[in-house]
Design a protein around this ligand. Structure first.
Ligand code: PNS
Length: 187
């Protein structure tokens, strides 16, 4: 019943309407893996909205505004005309309500190892119930990005490891600066 109502309220995209994809995430910080997904998603959709989630969890390194700015700068740095297709916005509230509001035809998610599957499976199932007219499309992480996660990048950085192959030089600089600031504040 709810699904029918939703379909009526949000008419299907026609072959001529631009296909909008929504790539949601915490991006705290964005990694090379995220950028790879953004790059590849633009081949699948005509327009990509990167939705930076308002509440990435308690251990967030960067504020929402910082994360939006960082993702924007990362997108702009990919110099192949991609930036024109991508818009970075804050993502507030329920993902699927937000997706409907922005007219997204699909949700884009990156899939790494099998460990991602359980979480993504649950989320996709729930999201499909909420908005069955919006598909979730998974892009398999590229081979060299399979293991990268924001959480582990932060952990490696905090423990003094080299993060330069996981994030861009700009993100590495910002993250190491933030880690140093936090350490100084604790002293
Ligand atoms: O990068 P992440 O942390 O894996 O992204 C998770 C995100 C932001 C996609 C997820 O937490 C989300 O969809 N948040 C919006 C709130 C929502 O709709 N929650 C219900 C999901 S079934």
């Amino acid at each position: 019943m709810a699904a029918t109502a939703a379909r009526k309220k949000h008419p299907k995209a026609t072959p001529n309407s631009p296909r909008i994809g929504l790539y949601p995430g915490s991006f705290d910080p964005p990694t090379n893996g995220h950028l790879d997904i953004i790059r590849r998603a633009t081949r699948v959709v005509n327009r990509l909205i990167v939705g930076v989630a308002i509440n990435p969890g308690k251990d967030a390194m960067f504020t929402l505004e910082e994360r939006i700015k960082i993702v924007e700068d990362e997108v702009r740095s990919i110099n192949n005309g991609l930036a024109a297709k991508v818009e970075v916005r804050s993502l507030e509230g329920l993902l699927m309500h937000y997706a409907r509001d922005v007219g997204a035809a699909c949700i884009i998610r990156g899939l790494r190892a099998v460990t991602d599957f359980d979480y993504e499976f649950q989320m996709t199932g729930m999201n499909a119930r909420i908005a069955p007219e919006i598909e979730t499309v998974f892009l398999m992480a590229s081979e060299n990005h399979q293991f990268i996660s924001s959480r582990l990048v932060k952990e490696v950085g905090i423990l003094g490891g080299d993060i330069s192959s996981f994030v861009s030089p700009r993100v590495a600089r910002l993250l190491m600066k933030r880690i140093a600031e936090r350490k100084a504040a604790k002293r």
